[in-house]
Design a protein around this ligand. Structure first.
Ligand SMILES: C[S@@+](CC[C@H](N)C(=O)[O-])C[C@H]1O[C@@H](n2cnc3c(N)ncnc32)[C@H](O)[C@@H]1O
Length: 468
């Protein structure tokens, strides 16, 4: 029996509308809709009609209902978010990148031969791919043999799926001249498809800038040299922008760069940064020194180490080699929790060598504690030593099979080394282990991630693997 569609105007006077609206604005950060009840009401009314629900309260109950709620939230978010984007958007930024920022990063990172870039709110991929195309075409010789990664994140899963397909229509290509089109794209039934070579090093992942943690080793969102978050913050409230600015600051290495849209240049929110005028665009740089306090830290970034179950004895032949050199950051009497906090701090600054030394200190202090091996794996991964990282993760799992984040990281790692079947197994292990946990359980070493959020991530990774 199909119920009559609820009119948008009637819907906004529904008693449950205010709570539903508050929930949606808090979840997405889209304060843009605060004074647009007609638009918001219309989008909600469409979903109510599709689901044959007759009230906002019933719809809110559904959104809060575990996996079904999450998938409905995705449906609604795909309608609420605005994905307007195109290649080489805002030419001044690309001039600033090619003339100053990228050459400066190449000089600064010459020793570690690595550049990490984050396109936050990447929509269906034109922004991260523009960066990859520019790097490949204009800096290929300087960056030969470097580990360059461009990570695109978004809250809209449909955009992310399109980004992974890398097929674009005319509108998204309006900033690309004919020559570049011919070199970089090939015709496909879905539009102009970016050739594989210009996609290398680019990856996409689900991430909500308002709800999910960053910097975060778990999400691989830390120690960036460059972050672009353009035309995303305009939809957020001033308070949310301040929180994002503080988190971007911490997710950058010292000297790292942040580019926001030119309509988002609110100097107050970005006062911790150095503002630099480059090629007619104002960009921000993280100066040396500590990160300022994060205004929203208590709500999403709380780090709660949980006690680990007693481990099985591992083979004693592990960890050959000399004892670790004393680390300048290690202080006698440190507890594992303070040491891991320090490892995270060092990792946030891309100080991989020092972080690695501290991991060895932790392992030497207690070889049976999976924590040291876990952090060592994360650090090795960031240093590009993927096989060694896998060995370390295997040790963690041997010591504690229920260390769910070790399985998750192993999945990511195996994906990188193209062992797709192994990666899928690892993500399925994550889902199995999570069935024993309440959705709200906060996971140890998870940057404040809950069991339900990790399940969502693991499911998404499995979907990505199925697409390949
Ligand atoms: C207008 S597009 C900008 C795309 C690209 N950065 C550019 O400038 O061309 C805004 C993007 O921000 C994403 N977005 C909105 N709220 C978000 C949130 N809370 N977390 C992550 N992404 C979000 C939207 O899904 C959309 O893809």
């Amino acid at each position: 029996v199909s119920l009559p569609a609820v009119q948008a105007s009637a819907l906004t006077s529904d008693l449950g509308y205010r709570s539903l609206k508050q929930y949606l604005l808090e979840w997405t950060g889209l304060a843009f809709y605060a004074d647009k009840d007609d638009q918001l009401g219309e989008k909600i009314a469409k979903r109510l009609a599709a689901l044959q629900l007759s009230s906002c309260a019933a719809y809110l109950n559904l959104l809060r209902d575990g996996a079904a709620g999450e998938s409905e939230l995705d449906e609604l978010i795909s309608d609420l978010t605005i994905g307007e984007t195109h290649f080489f958007r805002f030419e001044e930024h690309f001039q600033a990148l090619r003339r100053t920022i990228i050459p400066e990063l190449i000089r600064r990172n010459a020793a570690r031969r690595q550049i990490r870039i984050w396109s936050a709110g990447c929509s269906f991929g034109a922004e991260p791919y523009s960066l990859t195309v520019m790097l490949q075409r204009e800096f290929a010789s300087e960056l030969a043999g470097w580990d360059v990664s461009v990570i695109g994140t978004d809250i809209n899963r449909q955009f992310l799926a399109r980004a992974r397909q890398a097929c674009f229509g005319e509108w998204a290509l309006r900033g690309v001249d004919r020559h570049l089109r011919e070199v970089c794209f090939e015709p496909s039934p879905l539009g102009h498809r970016l050739r594989d070579v210009y996609r290398e090093g680019t990856s996409f992942q689900y991430h909500n800038l308002v709800k999910h943690p960053y910097p975060s080793l778990l999400y691989n969102l830390a120690a960036f040299d460059l972050i672009l978050c353009r035309n995303v913050l305009i939809y957020f409230s001033r308070e949310t922008i301040d929180q994002c600015a503080a988190r971007f600051f911490s997710a950058l290495v010292e000297g790292g760069w942040l580019l926001v849209g030119h309509a988002e240049m609110n100097p107050e929110s970005f006062r911790a940064f150095r503002a630099v005028d480059l090629c007619g665009a104002m960009v921000f740089q993280r100066p040396p020194g500590d990160a300022p306090a994060d205004p929203g830290a208590a709500s999403t970034l709380a780090f709660t180490p949980a006690p680990l179950p007693p481990p099985e004895p591992p083979p004693l032949s592990w960890l050959p080699g000399p004892p670790p050199p004393p680390s300048p950051a290690a202080t006698p009497g440190d507890t594992p929790a303070t040491t891991t906090a320090r490892i995270r701090e060092l990792a946030d600054r891309a100080a991989w060598t020092e972080a690695g030394q501290l991991c060895r200190t932790l392992i030497e202090a207690d070889r049976l504690n999976p924590l040291g091996h876990f952090y060592q794996a994360l650090v090795l991964e960031q240093m590009g030593q993927l096989r060694e990282a896998d060995v370390a993760l295997n040790r963690v799992i041997y010591l504690d099979r229920s260390f769910v984040l070790a399985h998750y990281h192993r999945g990511l790692l195996l994906q990188k080394i193209e062992d797709l079947a192994g990666a899928a197994r690892a993500f399925r292990n994550v889902l199995d282990l999570l069935t024993a946990l309440e959705p709200d359980t906060m996971l140890a070493e998870g940057d404040g991630i809950s069991a339900s959020a990790l399940r969502e991530l693991a499911q998404m990774q499995l979907e990505v693997l199925e697409e390949r």
